[in-house]
Design a protein around this ligand. Structure first.
Ligand SMILES: [Zn+2]
Length: 413
């Protein structure tokens, strides 16, 4: 077995057809020595590939296809050769389960990071030339005007991968060393979220009880990446039994749900859409995130007039909810009148079930695979107590670790 720790690695594989060389690279840039593993490539091809890379002292190792695959798996995040093409990079990110792809120019090239289970990890550094080409390809494919330079732009593109469509939202930002791009992956083939899988224990029953309400407002709160919209989707599927008319206003539609009238809005059109949705005789309206006074007022009005309204709010803690609505001119007493439940939530990385957190190829040696939610209902007055109590219960059950709880919630006071 080839030892993988204490070295940086570059992996190079060439197909027999020299014109279609495959090139893999992963460099930690934490060691002076770099091991270069190659498969089906000649020494001159390898040297050619390495010519523009600053890798320090290099050790070349020729490997069999199997050894190559094994090292690649143990290193976890090898970016395939084809990733030098934008489409292949996107495909790789989806295969690995990334929710976002970050492309940033640094002094030595274009850094590629994936966000997986809420945490960024470095996957590759491409040379400056390759980096510029990749960014340009992505801009062209997502219909971003490449003639316009020096301004932030947005675009989207769609790829057919393994039989289903995956949509990518691209946003570019001019930066000192070159234009950076962040790509959000909207993978419709991802499993539909289920409350019972997202959360653990008594909190699921409490969620289900909330959903039996026929009117009023349910608020799901948390910071970015807390899984608020995933919870809304899980609630929506729970409600989707054909007995109630469901309308969901989304920005963007991440997953098409049969039986739900889903409509896509932008931040500006949200109030207009919400007003129209109310004329569609709905029982349940999923408003998505409330970001302005008009939407807040409309949501409140709807929840007072016989509709169950589900929304998310970008605040971290229970008391802040009242403050936010107060900024929109809605007093605590008016809000409390319609408020049926407040769910404040976070997502924690779940211990990998294959290796019990030891690290294995499935979890890319991180010890984590997937996520588990923690929630606090109505300011922690329920049986679960606070977010931290709920999290520590999950630690006791071996579902996650204390260090992960600290990463997400900070150290206990
Ligand atoms: Zn594992």
């Amino acid at each position: 077995m080839i030892e993988t720790s204490s070295f940086d690695w570059a992996l190079i594989a060439a197909q027999s057809n020299a014109s279609h060389r495959r090139y893999l690279l992963r460099v930690n840039q934490t060691h002076d020595r770099c091991r270069v593993l190659y498969d089906k490539a000649s020494i001159s091809q390898v040297r050619h590939h390495l010519a523009n890379e600053s890798l320090g002292e290099i050790e070349l190792i020729e490997a069999s296809a199997r050894e190559f695959a094994e090292v690649q798996a143990r290193l976890g995040l090898g970016v395939p050769a084809e990733a030098l093409q934008a489409e292949a990079l996107l495909e790789h990110a989806v295969a690995i389960g990334a929710s976002d792809i970050h492309l940033d120019f640094q002094v030595n090239g274009l850094d590629v990071h994936y966000r997986i289970d809420g945490v960024l990890s470095s996957v590759a550094t491409f040379s400056v030339d390759v980096g510029h080409r990749l960014i340009e390809q992505i801009k062209v494919q997502s219909r971003i005007d490449i003639a316009k330079v020096g301004v932030p732009q947005d675009g989207k593109l769609r790829l057919q991968l393994w039989g289903s469509y995956v949509e990518f939202r691209v946003s570019t930002l001019p930066a000192a060393l070159g234009e950076s791009a962040v790509i959000r992956v909207l993978d419709s083939a991802k499993v539909e979220p289920v409350l019972g899988h997202l959360f653990h224990g008594g909190v699921v029953t409490q969620f289900e009880r909330c959903l039996q309400m026929t009117d009023g407002l349910i608020v799901v709160a948390g910071p970015t990446g807390a899984g608020k919209s995933t919870t809304l989707h899980a609630m929506l599927s729970e409600l989707n039994n054909g007995e109630r008319c469901l309308i969901s206003i989304e920005d963007p539609i991440e997953r098409v749900v049969a039986g739900v009238r889903q409509t896509e809005v932008t931040i500006d059109s949200q109030p207009l859409w919400l007003r129209s949705a109310l004329r569609q005789d709905p029982d349940v309206i999923v408003v998505g995130e409330i970001r302005d006074q008009t939407t807040a007022e409309l949501a409140l009005r709807a929840s007072r007039s016989g509709h169950l309204v589900l929304c998310t709010l970008h605040v971290g803690h229970y008391p802040q909810i009242f403050g936010r609505f107060a900024e929109w001119g809605i007093s605590r007493s008016i809000l409390e009148d319609v408020l049926r439940a407040v769910i404040v939530q976070r997502l924690l990385r779940r211990n990998c079930e294959s290796c019990l957190g030891e690290g294995c190829p499935r979890c890319r040696q991180t010890g984590y695979f997937g996520r588990v939610g923690i929630a606090e209902l109505d300011g922690g007055r329920d049986d679960n107590g606070s977010l931290r109590d709920h999290a520590m219960n999950l630690v006791a059950l071996g579902l996650t670790r204390e260090s992960e709880v600290q990463r997400v919630l900070g150290h206990a006071a």
